[in-house]
Design a protein around this ligand. Structure first.
Ligand code: ARG
Length: 544
């Protein structure tokens, strides 16, 4: 069901001919919404804005949705929803299993490419962001009824595996005994060895060839490196409470067989050409071509992404593909999408979106580092937050800080501030939820029953009810724009409106129908907060 504001907006648009651009009223005495539509139309119509407003109001039929409309100041239209209608809308949320989240009529198949750490390297703070943001999209799109397929495009292939396997053999290591930090230490030793010893470097290059041609021993060690790395990633996923599972893994290596097929296809159709020994595709507006196959015959990151695109569209039937990586990869994805369009791997009806996020900074405004100055891993960051609060609260703090800022922006990781239960933080929202729960528990203990929201006499009650009815459209906005901060902002506003309500309107200390109605309002607020937090991947504790 469309929300009340959108119904009203549509009716005004039908009469006025343009979008009324409803804004929340700046003061309670102006009603709930205001529109400046008459001011915008007046000039063209050659009449005063007040006259235009008058004629719109006269022609408008809003049934019993609103109180009589008022024209204010130079010609603003003030709109006040009828409190019965508002009460009914709030009550409906309580009965709706989706709490106002509109279920899409035609579900799309949405692939979300997120997390994607690299084998034999610990997840770093950037991987925190892709994992949290991608998971939020996953939850939001599922909540609307879309089919969501998460794809964890882990970096499990490339020439670095030559030196890794070679180093394992030189050291006679049992990879099965390693954990992820130990695998990363191995990586560093392999790299240093590669730089320092030309004979080792040659052996590592031959090892790449052995891996590519499926040599058994080499292949087995490579596999083990993936397994120990995945075990480490899964520990982090469990700690982060994300939806990702082993079923979502589609690493770079899973496209190996497709790469020569892509190269041949692009070359045969004249889309790719040989340029200085490499096979490349030129697309307009890019200074450099996209490299399909390198001079040495190897395939790179871009070709793997083309293969992934082709599989996601051709085999998974994706209608929408979302890539969540750091903002610096924006150019790569723009170019890859352009090539995929030309090649027909990404047909016109399929939407591809790259969502780039900013960096996580320390208090000094530089990329977040550990105390000893080394680049921080994701585990370091989680540990730092858990020094300040319980795991549940620390996690809420991190996720909220990550999602609430406009994801393209850098943000400062200030654990001490983020875990506060006051201000615009995750724990504040958890706390609001726990507080409402406490009231409802007390009502239950005192056997005070309630049904729906029936009376909304006070402005604070109306304000709260109005916000509650906007939950569904807020979720829809996040799904369309892929901007989770809108949901964060909404939930913060809701928690604040609830506090105002709580200060101004006694709940348990009032009586009769008013008390029952206020308890119902508390119950809807709790549901919306809990569901909203869940969409951000944040738990809503019963008590705090
Ligand atoms: N493994 C890459 C990294 O850590 C991210 C991969 C993102 N996904 C993709 N389809 N390219 O930066």
């Amino acid at each position: 069901m469309p929300s009340l504001p959108s119904i009203i907006s549509q009716r005004i648009a039908d009469v006025a001919g343009i979008d009324p651009e409803l804004r929340p009223a700046t003061k309670p005495q102006f009603g709930h919404f205001q529109s400046n539509v008459a001011l915008r139309l007046a000039k063209a119509e050659g009449r005063s804005p007040r006259e235009v407003a008058q004629s719109i109001v006269e022609r408008l039929d809003l049934g019993d949705l609103c109180e009589p409309l008022e024209i204010a100041g130079p010609g603003f239209i003030n709109i006040r929803l009828s409190s019965e209608v508002l009460a009914r809308a709030a009550s409906e949320l309580l009965a709706d299993p989706h709490i106002g989240i509109v279920q899409v009529e035609s579900p799309r198949t949405v692939v979300i490419d997120y997390s994607a750490p690299n084998v034999a390297k610990q997840m770093h703070v950037g991987h925190l962001r892709t994992t949290i943001i991608g998971d939020c999209f996953n939850r939001v799109l599922r909540a609307q009824g879309h089919r969501v397929i998460a794809q964890n495009h882990i970096g499990d292939w490339g020439t670095q595996f030559g030196m890794l396997v070679e180093q394992v053999l030189v050291e006679d290591l049992d990879v099965g005994t390693l954990d992820l930090p130990a695998a990363e230490a191995l990586y560093k030793r392999a790299n240093a060895h590669f730089q320092a010893d030309p004979a080792f470097a040659d052996a590592a290059r031959l090892r790449v060839v052995a891996l590519q041609s499926g040599d058994q021993r080499t292949h087995a060690i490579w596999r083990q490196l993936i397994d120990v790395s995945m075990a480490g990633f899964n520990q982090t996923y469990a700690r982060l409470h994300v939806l990702l599972s082993d079923d979502d893994i589609a690493g770079e290596s899973s496209y190996n067989d497709d790469l020569p097929v892509i190269a041949r296809d692009l070359e045969q159709r004249g889309i790719a050409t040989i340029d200085d020994g490499a096979l490349v595709v030129w697309v307009e507006r890019f200074d450099a071509p996209l490299i399909v196959r390198k001079r040495d015959g190897g395939f790179g990151y871009a070709c793997t992404d083309l293969a992934a695109m082709r599989r996601r569209v051709g085999q998974m039937h994706a209608d929408r593909i979302i890539y969540v990586t750091d903002a610096r990869q924006a150019g790569h994805f723009a170019q890859m999408f352009a090539v995929a369009r030309v090649a027909g791997y990404l047909p016109d009806g399929v939407e591809a979106r790259h969502v780039g996020y900013g960096m996580v900074l320390g208090n000094d405004g530089k990329p977040f580092r550990t105390r000893d100055g080394s680049a921080a891993t994701l585990t370091d960051l989680l540990d730092a937050a858990e020094q300040e609060a319980s795991p549940e609260i620390a996690l809420a703090a991190i996720k909220y800080a990550d999602l609430s800022n406009g994801i393209q922006k850098d943000y400062v990781f200030d654990a001490e501030r983020m875990v506060q239960t006051t201000g615009d933080t995750g724990p504040y929202l958890q706390y609001a939820h726990a507080r409402i729960n406490q009231i409802l528990r007390r009502a239950e203990a005192e056997q005070i029953g309630f049904g729906g929201v029936t009376v909304l006499g006070e402005p604070a009650e109306q304000g709260l009810a109005l916000l509650l009815t906007r939950f569904g459209e807020t979720v829809a906005e996040v799904a369309d724009t892929l901007q989770p901060h809108r949901l964060c902002g909404y939930l913060f506003e809701l928690a604040t409106a609830y506090s105002t309500f709580y200060e101004q309107c006694p709940v348990l200390r009032s009586e009769g129908e008013v008390r029952a109605s206020r308890l119902a309002l508390c119950a809807v607020t709790r549901e919306v907060l809990a569901r909203g937090l869940d969409l951000l991947g944040i738990e809503a504790p019963e008590r705090m």
